[in-house]
Design a protein around this ligand. Structure first.
Ligand code: F6P
Length: 366
């Protein structure tokens, strides 16, 4: 007779990929196996729940060695029929028929719970599944570090390392050629990657969505640096940064698929404008998806593993509708609803921005 304590849980990765996803999957599968539970992984995010249903059994042997791998062995999407995030603060409702089909799959496979690993939009979808009768637990994921109710998420540290490494490399050309270098980094609504990357990589200017910049102040700052004998200037700009009174720079005039509009192009434009206004030669680099790719940092592997184990613990405690959260060096749980209402953005008056100003970084606002 089947042990009544045996559970079968599903796991899926949703939204943009991120270093550490595989470490979470490994944590979930291992912690589940330790309890005698079975795990199955759905392909391509929530899409795997819909016909043709795509899943595979996951056991500790079969996933051996996935921890250092970037991306997700399960596949993911930030588009498609479950896309719940359509813009800052704007959420879409998943059609009832889609939720009913997902529930049919869930029940047909005899699942006890579903671990949904994703960011703001994917966790909003998870809540809608929960309300439709599927017990879910969430694992917060975003390289942008903009999710509320958790001090940080895996993937952010790896992304910041990419930025710092890029700045270290770009400083050499900037200094040798006495150039202005503009580096565009990810961060749609929050400037965490730009701020931390700029601090760690010794940037001179950091432009973030939370602090609109003024072109005249930026130009004056660069001119002052030249006057003070600094040959080069390193500018880090978040893709979602805005010049005061203007809107974000997008790569798409309109959406081709459900989801969010693609940002980009600000770095290139800014380099041209700064070159024209200061007379100093400028170049731009967009780090784009390099920040989301490759092997996770040690810190992200550890956090992701703890998040995976924490998700299984939440299922054991029947804390459905909750997600794992990292607070005060401890992994616990919080209601998903607390994380998806508003984004965690950089506080312009906060200590990190103030420290950056104290080491001479300009935000283009004064
Ligand atoms: O939300 C995470 C993020 O990395 C954003 O910073 C960026 O705008 C977006 O994903 C890019 O997504 P895509 O892979 O669809 O281009």
């Amino acid at each position: 007779m089947k042990n009544p304590d045996t559970k079968r849980i599903g796991v899926l990765t949703s939204g943009g990929d991120c270093p550490g996803l595989n470490a979470v999957i490994r944590g979930v599968v291992r912690a589940a196996a330790e309890r005698g539970w079975e795990s199955i992984g759905f392909s391509d995010g929530y899409e795997g729940l819909l016909a043709p249903v795509r899943y595979r059994k996951l056991d500790p042997n079969g996933i051996d060695g996935i921890m250092p791998l970037g991306g997700t062995i399960l596949g993911t999407t930030n588009r498609g029929r479950f896309a719940a995030k359509v813009g800052e603060g704007k959420k879409a409702s998943i059609p009832k028929a889609i939720l009913a089909e997902a529930r049919e799959t869930f029940e047909g496979l005899g699942l006890h719970a579903l671990v949904c690993i994703g960011g703001d939009g994917s966790l909003s979808t998870a809540l809608q599944l929960q309300k439709a009768g599927m017990p879910v637990v969430g694992v917060p994921k975003t390289i942008d570090n903009d999710l509320n109710a958790t001090a940080t998420t895996f993937g952010f540290d790896s992304a910041v390392e990419v930025v710092v490494d890029a700045l270290d490399r770009l400083h050499t050309t900037a200094k040798s050629h006495k150039r202005l270098m503009v580096v565009e980094v990810m961060g749609r609504h929050a400037g965490w990657i730009a701020l931390h990357g700029g601090l760690g990589g010794g940037a001179d200017v950091v432009l973030i969505p939370e602090i609109p910049y003024h072109m005249d102040k930026l130009v004056q700052f660069v001119k002052n640096r030249t006057h003070d004998g600094f040959g080069s200037t390193m500018v880090v700009v978040a893709e979602g940064a805005k010049e005061s009174g203007k809107s974000v720079s997008t790569k798409q005039a309109k959406l081709r698929t459900k989801g969010e509009v693609r940002l980009g192009g600000l770095g290139e434009r800014l380099a041209e404008e700064l070159e024209a206004a200061t007379g100093q030669e400028a170049r731009s680099v967009s780090l784009g998806h390099l920040q989301r790719g490759g092997t996770p940092s040690a810190l992200d592997r550890i956090l992701a593993t703890r998040f995976g184990v924490g998700a299984v613990r939440l299922i054991e405690q029947r804390k459905f509708g909750h997600m794992v959260s990292y607070q005060n060096y401890h992994v616990g749980g919080v209601p998903i609803a607390k994380a998806v209402g508003t984004l965690k953005t950089v506080d312009p008056a906060g200590e990190t921005v103030s420290a950056a100003r104290s080491v001479g970084i300009s935000f283009g606002d004064r």
